[in-house]
Design a protein around this ligand. Structure first.
Ligand code: SF4
Length: 513
């Protein structure tokens, strides 16, 4: 979805947009629909708004089923029993807003395209900031669009390129020249093949898995490797940035093409927050990276040098996002790790609540401090990130009401000072507490100002270089939200993008009132 038309609701965590999952089996008598279900369930954390599948039925017909809702609701036994085929893809989507406009079926994937010349279905995780430029060019060439979605732009682009060649690797190679964005895209063709491409900068993760059981060979492609564990498959490797992969229902998986890729920009937030801790991305265990983030924070923490503080301190994670880093911090500091905040798992999506009042009461409903563990203690509170700061402020207040002597906030991500235009649902720079205060108070004072506003007794962020060390990737990460260095060509005009986001929000709120 274009960032220009997003209607951001008030939320205090960045949101990943989507998950993709694909399966092939070399036995045409076997249905992979249950495997699709299990893979998509494992990837539910990347998108909860809607889900869908496309399966190649016998006779080469692609059938697609997609609805709003969680995987377990949409893909029930009745639906799965109707979808019988040995090749298929699936998608979980996170919509950036609750408005009808963005949750209509036009926006739900997989996107099934069919005209006189070609039929395919595809699903993708990412965003194409220059999609309206591509659309304009194709409209000039006579293409007619039915929706204002980037998915339709990709579909029409692939279809128009296919007029010149039937080779899917070639089609994807040409398409990649137009798509200046972050994307991991998988395509189901009417011949029963799956092709996948990871953008040349490798913003979004994408990996390959295999399994062999009772003489059947299965190949998988997924946003995260935790999906392979869910289907009993083994992670083979990550798709390289710019690589085009072919999963054949007859043969094994193989690489078709490697597009030139002189630098990489995997999103650092995958390691900080988005990905499941049991996933391995580009060879790095997400859980271990988060432990190291916590260890680094403890090594730099000046309060740990004060014996009176240390003797009374406990390490408390914000559930669930702060847990792994809190374990790393507690181990390094040799302090007790205490689950001092009880999370009510049945309060759904508290961070996506419009309006300050509603969000405040939602935090109260979702988190409850355990007084007997916290009372009189110096609490070291660990979380992954501070975005707007409103939720952190509320949590600190709850812990203080439960009798904590002090609340000292430790954040495993460095200050988030810039918006994201690469497919992550983020506030604008002015809405980010660190972005706003950096502008207002300058580099030396802004952290103190944040500490004051959120009501913390002390505040320590991870440094960018410690974050890089904790992740431990040899290739480069995208850190644009931390340092303002945007890797895409089309996000050069940041002011223009910020203004269009604000304008679209203003329009939405005017329409509501
Ligand atoms: S700007 Fe931040 S959230 Fe967006 S892709 Fe880059 S690292 Fe990820």
């Amino acid at each position: 979805m274009s960032p220009k038309i997003k209607n951001y609701l008030m939320r205090d965590k960045p949101k990943e947009h989507c998950a993709v999952f694909g399966v092939t089996c070399d036995d045409i008598g076997f249905s992979i629909s249950q495997l699709l279900y299990r893979g998509l369930i494992a990837l539910q954390h990347r998108g909860q708004e809607s889900t869908g599948i496309s399966i190649l039925k016998a006779g080469g017909k692609i059938t697609t089923y997609k609805r709003k809702g969680l995987v377990s609701k949409v893909l029930n036994d009745k639906v799965l029993s109707h979808f019988w085929g040995n090749v298929g893809i699936g998608h979980n989507r996170y919509a950036t807003t609750g408005s009808e406009e963005f949750t209509s079926s036009n926006y739900i994937q997989p996107y099934h395209f069919k005209n006189n010349e070609i039929e395919f279905s595809f699903a993708f995780n990412g965003t194409i900031p220059n999609y309206d430029e591509i659309k304009e060019k194709m409209e000039d060439m006579g293409r007619i669009f039915l929706t204002d979605t980037d998915t339709e732009v990709i579909a029409q682009l692939l279809a128009s390129i296919s007029l010149g060649t039937e080779s899917w690797p070639e089609i994807l190679k040409v398409a990649a020249k137009f798509l200046d964005g972050s994307y991991s895209l998988i395509i189901l063709t009417s011949k029963g093949d799956i092709y996948a491409i990871r953008d040349p900068l490798g913003f979004k993760p994408l990996c390959i898995g295999v399994k062999r059981i009772e003489l059947r060979n299965f190949c998988f492609i997924a946003s995260e490797s935790c999906a392979f564990d869910a289907v009993g498959a083994k992670l083979v490797r990550d798709v390289k940035p710019g690589e085009i992969i072919h999963l054949s229902h007859q043969k094994d998986t193989h690489s078709e093409l490697q597009l030139p890729s002189d630098k990489t920009a995997l999103c650092q937030f995958e390691f900080v927050y988005f990905a499941r801790p049991d996933s391995i991305i580009d060879g790095i265990s997400v859980a271990e990276a988060r432990l190291r983030m916590g260890e680094n924070l403890a090594r730099r923490d000046p309060l740990l040098l004060i014996p009176e503080f240390k003797n009374n301190a406990i390490v408390v994670p914000v559930p669930d996002s702060g847990r792994s880093a809190a374990v790393g911090y507690a181990n390094e500091a040799r302090l007790p790790y205490v689950e001092g905040l009880m999370k009510n798992r049945y309060v759904w999506r508290t961070f996506i609540m419009p309006g300050q009042k509603k969000r405040k009461s939602a935090v109260n409903e979702k988190l409850n401090p355990i007084r007997s563990l916290i009372d009189g203690k110096d609490v070291i509170l660990i979380d992954d990130s501070i975005v707007r700061g409103t939720t952190t402020k509320q949590i600190i207040s709850l812990i203080k009401q439960a009798g904590a002597k002090s609340v000292n906030v430790r954040i495993s991500c460095p200050p988030v000072i810039n918006a994201c235009y690469m497919g992550i649902d983020f506030p604008t720079c002015d809405e980010l507490i660190a972005g706003r205060y950096l502008k207002q108070y300058g580099n030396t004072d802004y952290i103190d100002k944040i500490k004051e506003i959120i009501g913390a007794d002390s505040l320590l962020y991870q440094t960018i270089s410690d974050l890089e060390k904790a992740i431990g990737l040899k290739s480069d990460l995208c850190k644009a939200c931390l340092n303002g260095s945007y890797p895409l060509k089309s996000v050069g005009k940041i002011t223009e993008l910020e203004q269009s986001i604000k304008a679209s929000r203003f329009l939405k709120s005017s329409n509501r009132s």
